[in-house]
Write a protein that binds this ligand. Structure first.
Ligand code: PEP
Ligand code: MN
Length: 373
């Protein structure tokens, strides 16, 4: 049950609301939603008793609205807010509206020139946001760990040059201020989806948060992680399906496409897809990107590297800029077919380079071949 209190509710009135719920065996949590205090309550009353309690609460002078939901997540639920949330990034750019948002760039910032080149390339292809990790969560401590603050500086330079906003990962609450200075979107990675201390900290900011699904997280766990951010007072959460662990080993993860329409039913938050980590193989990125958009995703985050063979991380799943250009053309076609659109027209690529690199795409649907050429 969710109880929204009126703006001028006193401490004593709040206590009486909590007392009613506690007496009925509910556990309560209290948070602020704009100027309102909200009491969320989880318990196990039967339908009828719940209805009676709801009526009693609704009759109190300080109560504006009572929403009954048995779910462990409240603020992110569609029962709480039926209309879809649109997360503003910058003037003219938002996630969750009719325009799809394309985030692209390398897995990691490897140097000044690399990120500059990547930024220019993805911008030319029609990307809306530049991605690049400065603080990298690597499975092995011996792998490249990212350039840290130096990487953030290079990202900022690339962003200033191209005008692209930045999405970059914050791994540790101690780095939050530093990362938030540069990032337009704070990425919380798969490995940190249940780092509750970090979720609470990003919940205190008002920066958009890209919350990736934990690789072994259920949909409910993922929703509850987003609830942490929202109940901290930050409503700007974007969810990202990035694949989960299954018994399948051919792909790095199994991109859970069904999670996209499921999340759209359960939450008002926008959902994007990461077909790069979702597959681990560059040749699967385009088909899964198209499928994700067809399934209702509000955008994509895609790894693009100027020279994937030399990438310091995630080269095998990184697209060349030309391949990314091809992906954007495909996404445009699916967007049009599903009542969405891309924000940008997307630039040109040299015809020759395009043909040489793309003629070897055996899986390319015929419609896209004729579109792209
Ligand atoms: C990334 O985006 O580079 C990344 C590490 O993603 P994930 O947290 O989904 O593994
Ligand atoms: Mn990566």
């Amino acid at each position: 049950m969710i109880v929204l209190l009126k703006r001028k509710t006193t401490g004593a009135q709040l206590d009486s609301v909590r007392a009613l719920l506690t007496e009925a065996g509910y556990r309560t949590a209290t948070w602020q939603e704009r100027a309102h205090t909200v009491v969320g309550a989880v318990g196990s009353l039967g339908e009828e008793q719940q209805a009676v309690l709801g009526e009693r609460l609704g009759a109190l002078a300080c109560v504006e609205r009572v929403v009954r939901t048995p779910k462990p997540y409240k603020l992110v639920s569609r029962e709480w807010k039926a209309e879809r949330s649109v997360v503003p990034i910058r003037e003219g750019l938002a996630v969750g509206g009719s325009e799809l948002v394309l985030m692209a760039g390398p897995c990691a910032v490897e140097g000044r020139e690399q990120i500059r080149e990547a930024a220019r390339e993805v911008q030319r292809c029609g990307a809306d946001v530049l991605r690049g990790g400065a603080f990298k969560p690597r499975t092995s401590p011996h792998s490249f760990q990212g350039l840290g603050r130096e990487g953030l500086r290079y990202l900022q330079e690339a962003s200033l040059e191209t005008g692209l906003p930045i999405v970059t990962e914050v791994m540790d609450a101690r780095d939050l201020d530093t990362v938030a200075e540069v990032a337009d979107i704070l990425q919380v990675g798969s490995r940190n989806m249940q780092n509750f201390a970090l979720l609470k900290e990003v919940g205190k900011t008002r920066k958009p948060v890209l919350l990736k699904r934990g690789m072994s997280a259920t949909i409910e766990e993922w929703l509850q992680a987003s609830e942490y951010v929202m109940s901290g007072g930050n409503p700007h959460v974007i969810l990202c399906e990035r694949g989960i662990r299954t018994f399948e080993t051919y792909t790095r993860n199994t991109l859970d496409l069904a999670a996209i329409p499921v999340m759209k039913r359960l939450t008002h938050l926008p959902v994007i897809a990461d077909p790069s980590h979702g597959t681990g193989r560059w040749e699967l990125v385009l088909p899964m990107a198209l499928a994700a958009i067809a399934a209702g995703a509000d955008g994509l985050i895609v790894e693009v590297h100027p020279d994937p063979a030399r990438a310091l991380s995630d080269g095998p799943q990184s697209l060349t800029p030309t391949r990314f250009f091809e992906l954007v053309q495909g996404v445009r076609a699916i967007a049009e077919a599903t009542g969405r659109r891309l924000r940008k027209p997307g630039g040109e690529r040299e015809e020759e380079k395009w043909h040489a690199e793309l003629s070897a795409s055996p899986w390319r649907p015929a419609a896209l071949v004729s579109q792209g050429s």
